[in-house]
Design a protein around this ligand. Structure first.
Ligand SMILES: NC(=O)c1ccc[n+]([C@@H]2O[C@H](COP(=O)([O-])OP(=O)(O)OC[C@H]3O[C@@H](n4cnc5c(N)ncnc54)[C@H](O)[C@@H]3O)[C@@H](O)[C@H]2O)c1
Ligand SMILES: O=C(O)C(=O)C[C@@H](O)[C@H](O)[C@H](O)COP(=O)(O)O
Ligand SMILES: [Zn+2]
Length: 366
């Protein structure tokens, strides 16, 4: 068992990583239940893991009610938020209760936001079941839903009380979702850890093929990196946490263009977005071209998109830049951008000219 502490003063919490943990989850959840019924929110694809969790709670005598939502990005919506908060109110959830989010980033982001606003804030626990959620979304307290104008535009910072990670649940995750989550793993290497990027180059294929020890190493390394950055800048005010947005300004624009659908998963958008951020940095003369090529080559080697064409996006630069104008980093007409001086040398650039980004994207599309 590995436990990583997210250190945020009174909002601190543990991230527990252990093979088979789901079948022992009640050991951690029973004290939070305080003898009351727990609401578990999940999606229909996570059913086998809900059964495992339910058995653990039954054995421990913890009562629960499962709420099963439709899978997919469209669930991060006002409609599902309304339905979920109504249901939680019907169940009598109180401020001191902890709602369990059992699922991927969609369930975690939605439940996190629902509990942030329900009765002005109640507790929640993350039990992430995708690689993406285990290495990224379950940690750090960014919660929210999508708006018509773009990705994650409605939300709140709301930290979970605990994160329980069982790497074994990834055995049932489709290869495409595993690869999409892997993009956020590689992101930590690209941000500030070139040795970890090299580890990914050497071990990424094995991880995606199901190598359990590679998986556990990547999860623990990623959670530690995220906990460190979030601990330094919980509310993304100093620029430190913004580093976690590498590839996301491009990526969210691509996701918006794909209609937040299975045409392009979040992690696929991030992979293409990182490739574009490195290619743009190389075009500006900031980053060695061979580093940008190395990033693109790694994505290709694991079947992730390395740019616009591979992501299936043929929109103009102007259209994509229009999506970017909704980015939450936008400030008084400027959009701070995550650029790179090399692999592991990402920084926040506040001088990016969006007309030049548009021309760069048009050139990429040709
Ligand atoms: N809050 C954050 O810090 C943060 C970070 C990164 C991404 N995100 C958000 O997370 C979302 C993407 O998360 P995701 O990639 O986990 O997507 P997801 O939640 O849609 O899960 C992907 C698919 O896997 C299925 N699934 C989940 N667990 C499974 C399992 N163990 N076995 C079989 N199928 C399973 C789901 O039903 C879904 O079909 C996006 O909305 C993104 O914006 C948030
Ligand atoms: O935790 C963070 O901070 C991140 O930026 C992690 C990202 O991987 C994640 O996709 C996040 O939801 C994006 O944040 P946003 O503020 O751009 O919506
Ligand atoms: Zn992300």
């Amino acid at each position: 068992m590995t436990t990583i502490q997210v250190s945020l003063g009174e909002r601190s919490y543990p991230v527990v990583i252990e093979s088979g943990l789901l079948s022992r989850a009640a050991d951690h959840l029973a004290p939070l239940a305080r003898g009351r019924r727990m609401a578990i929110v999940t999606d229909a694809n996570v059913a086998p893991h809900l059964d495992t969790l339910a058995r653990s709670l039954d054995t421990a005598g913890v009562a629960y009610e499962a709420i099963v939502l439709p899978p997919g990005e469209a669930t991060k919506s006002w409609a599902q938020l309304e339905a979920l908060t109504d249901r939680l109110l019907e169940l009598g959830v109180e401020r001191g209760d902890h709602v369990v989010a059992l699922g991927g980033g969609v369930i975690g982001d939605l439940v996190g936001f629902a509990t942030a606003i329900l009765k002005r804030g109640c507790g929640f626990v993350q039990i992430p079941t995708t690689l993406l959620a285990q290495v990224d979304s379950s940690v750090g307290g960014k919660t929210g839903i999508n708006a018509r104008a773009g990705k994650n535009l409605i939300g709140a910072f709301h930290q979970p009380a605990m994160v329980l990670i069982d790497p074994d649940v990834l055995d049932t995750l489709p290869r495409r979702d595993l690869a999409a989550g892997y993009a956020e793993v590689v992101k930590y290497g690209l941000i500030d850890d070139p040795d970890f990027f090299a580890w990914c180059e050497a071990n990424g294929a094995a991880l995606l093929a199901g190598d359990a020890s590679a998986r556990v190493y990547a999860i623990a390394h990623s959670v530690a990196a995220k906990a460190r950055i979030v601990g330094e800048d919980e509310f993304e005010t100093t620029g430190r946490r913004a580093l976690l947005n590498l590839g996301h300004t491009f990526g969210h624009a691509l996701e918006a263009e794909a209609g937040f659908s299975t045409r392009l998963l979040h992690g696929e958008g991030v992979a293409a977005g990182c490739a574009l951020a490195f290619a743009y940095s190389a075009d500006l003369g900031l980053c060695p071209r061979e580093d940008a090529d190395r990033v693109a080559a790694h994505w290709r080697s694991v079947g992730l998109p390395d740019g616009l064409a591979a992501a299936g996006i043929d929109a103009s630069g102007a259209t994509l830049v229009e999506h970017m104008r909704h980015d939450k980093k936008m400030s008084a007409g400027t959009l701070p951008f995550l650029l790179a001086r090399g692999i592991g040398r990402t920084y926040l650039d506040k001088t990016v000219d969006l007309a030049r980004v548009e021309a760069f994207l048009d050139a990429q599309a040709r």
